[in-house]
Every structure is written in structure tokens, then in C-alpha cells.
Design a protein around this ligand. Structure first.
Ligand code: GAL
Length: 352
């Protein structure tokens, strides 16, 4: 009797091993421990925390080499995939014609929704007309069109930040220094401005509002130079090397519209033998990891968190609202995530 029972148990174990072993299943098939046949629909009801079954989402990024948009697109991908969506992310390579084709291809493929970071803000009309004609729910990110441009399509929403806020915070970072940016005590703050792509409101507003914060606080300002660096580190380095060669010790503050250019600027500041927070101030925007390290080390005066994860989360949330049938009234199509000032005092909160 005992022997029969032992044999029976052994037979059951063998069967269980065969069922779980799945040696001939493709590596990417459904997990074998759900007790579902490999080709069945995901067993959502039996698997707690399983991602909801999603649709297919097309994500268009203006340029993959952009440091901040790399963090942002990785966050988007992770959040969307975590929710069970199929995601295809494409690189516009800073070419609007190429991005237009990519949008058309996604439409032909029948994606359920689009998330678009336009190459050119000026192309917004055309992009919006295209997605409207196809009836695709669309979230625009990072490059904000005007409210009037968006008003023509009620299944469209913009998720981003109010760039004026980041500019003001950059000005405040300078006002918070012991001499409010006037290192040589001549009664004025002499600065250079390294601008992003000026076609973009982020560049326009950060340039304007960083200086406005100083002026509003009663400081006299002197712009030694303003040059476009198109958000790129190498351009930041070149521009600041030239400006320091030309203006030398006159330069008290280096405003960079983003961190990648500020990291480039720092290389030139150090190469010129200058010391941040002693004889020159340097601020950026984004809170890239590299910039957080430099703020902590005292090599950048500060930066401003451009919350990639917060914006990606909000973008997916709005996309799901649209997929659920929501529509947006004119003048209520922009959703903003707050910027946060980052200084040596709180930098630790943003690291790791
Ligand atoms: C800004 C960001 C820049 C750059 C730009 C691209 O918000 O600060 O680093 O990524 O977007 O449009």
C-alpha cells in the first residue's frame, strides 16, 4: 500500500515537472507558473498586481541625443510598459519632416494613442490637424503650443511645466548667494546667457524670467553676451570658453537654460581657472544626475528640477483619460508639473 502511494506521488510529481518545465516554450512566452496555457489571454484575475491589458502607444521624441529627453522617454517607456501597453518610441532626429512621417506611420499602424514631443513648436498646427483628422487621442509633451492652437481638437492635451517658473527660480538661486550675484561689488550683476533652442518657449521664458527675478529684486543687471547653445553640452562648453576669453573677470554669473549646457560651461569655467561660488556663479535647469553631483560638490551654484518622472506620469494619466473618452475644453488643455529649486541644502533629496 505504502509502495503504491509512493509510486502515485512520484507520478504526480513527474506530471507537475512536465507541466512546469516548459522546455519547448519560447523564452518570451507567458510565465509558466500561472497555470494558464501559454497562448491564453493574461490571467489578470488570478495574478495580483498584473498590468492591465493595454493598447498600442506611439511615442515621438524630438531628438534621442537630448540628455533630459532621454531621462523623460525612459520614464515614459517604463510607466507605459508597467501598465501593460505596447510602446514604440521613435527618434525625430531634430527633423520635423521626419517626425511628420513617423506620426503618419503610427496612424497607419492604428495606434490607440500618441504621445508627441514636437521637433518644432511652430509645427504644432500641422501635427494637431493630422492627429485630429485621424481621431487619435494625443498628448503633446515638453514643447508647448499656444492654447489657440490646441483648441481645435478636444482629444488633445499638453503636459509640461511653466517655463517662467524655472527662470524665476534660476534668478532666485543667484539672489540667494551672499552678494546676490554682484561678486565684484560694482553695483551690477554681469552675466552671460547660454540659451537653448530659442524656437522653444522653455528657452525664451528661462532667458527672460531668470533676469527678471534679479531686476524685480532691485538688482542692476548687465548682459555681456547671449548665445544659443541648442540645449547641447558641447555648445555650452564652446560658448562659455569664448565668453570667458572675451570678458574674463567681468563675468559674474553664467545662466544656462539647461543642465547639459551648464556641465559644458563648467568644463570651460574650470579650464579658465575660475572657481564656482567663489569668483563666478553657475546655474542650470533639469537636475540631471551629472548636475546634481556638481551641485553637491559645490561646482554648480544650483539647478532646478525639471521633473521627468512627474511629467511622464501625468502624460500617461492624461492619455488614459483620453482613452477613457475624456475631452478637453479650449483653454484647459495644459497640465503643468511644478519645478523645484535644487541647492546644496536639499540636493540629497533628488539623488539616487
Ligand atoms: C527642456 C529641457 C532641456 C531640453 C528641452 C528640449 O525642458 O530643460 O534640457 O530637453 O526641454 O525641448
Amino acid at each position: 500500500m505504502k509502495k503504491t502511494l509512493a509510486l502515485l506521488l512520484a507520478a504526480i510529481m513527474m506530471l507537475a515537472l512536465v507541466a512546469c518545465g516548459g522546455g519547448d516554450k519560447p523564452a518570451d512566452s507567458a510565465p509558466a507558473d500561472t497555470n494558464q496555457p501559454a497562448d491564453s489571454a493574461p490571467a489578470d484575475t488570478n495574478v495580483p498586481e498584473a498590468p492591465a491589458e493595454g493598447g498600442t502607444i506611439g511615442v515621438c521624441i524630438y531628438q534621442f541625443t537630448d540628455a533630459f529627453m532621454t531621462t523623460y522617454r525612459n520614464a515614459l517607456q517604463e510607466i507605459l510598459e508597467g501598465k501593460g501597453y505596447k510602446v514604440s518610441t521613435v527618434d525625430g532626429a531634430n527633423d520635423q519632416a521626419k517626425q511628420n512621417e513617423q506620426i503618419n506611420t503610427f496612424i497607419t499602424q492604428g495606434v490607440d494613442a500618441l504621445i508627441i514631443n514636437p521637433v518644432m513648436t511652430s509645427a504644432a498646427d500641422q501635427i494637431i490637424a493630422t492627429v485630429k483628422a485621424a481621431g487619435i487621442p494625443t498628448v503633446l509633451i515638453n514643447r508647448e503650443p499656444t492654447a489657440d492652437q490646441m483648441a481645435v481638437y478636444d482629444k488633445l492635451v499638453y503636459v509640461g511645466c511653466d517655463a517662467r517658473q524655472s527662470g524665476t527660480m534660476q534668478g532666485e538661486l543667484i539672489l540667494d548667494t551672499p552678494n546676490k550675484g554682484d561678486i565684484n561689488g560694482d553695483g551690477k550683476v554681469s552675466y552671460i546667457m547660454v540659451q537653448g533652442d530659442p524656437e522653444n518657449v522653455d528657452a525664451q521664458y528661462r532667458t527672460e524670467f531668470s533676469v527678471k527675478a534679479l531686476v524685480d529684486a532691485g538688482m542692476e543687471v548687465e548682459e555681456l553676451n547671449l548665445t544659443r547653445g541648442d540645449w547641447m553640452r558641447e555648445r555650452g562648453q564652446e560658448i562659455v570658453a569664448n565668453d570667458l576669453a572675451q570678458f574674463g573677470d567681468q563675468v559674474e554669473v553664467v545662466f544656462c537654460n539647461n543642465d547639459d549646457m551648464a556641465i559644458g560651461a563648467l568644463q570651460s569655467i574650470q579650464a579658465a581657472g575660475r572657481k564656482v561660488n567663489e569668483d563666478i556663479y553657475l546655474v542650470g535647469v533639469d537636475a540631471l544626475d551629472a548636475a546634481l553631483n556638481e551641485v553637491q560638490a559645490g561646482n554648480m551654484t544650483g539647478t532646478v528640477l525639471n521633473d521627468a518622472v512627474g511629467q511622464a506620469t501625468a502624460a500617461v494619466e492624461e492619455m488614459e483619460n483620453l482613452l477613457g473618452g475624456a475631452t478637453y475644453a479650449a483653454n484647459s488643455q495644459s497640465v503643468y508639473v511644478d519645478y523645484v529649486k535644487v541647492t546644496p541644502d536639499n540636493v540629497q533629496d533628488f539623488m539616487g
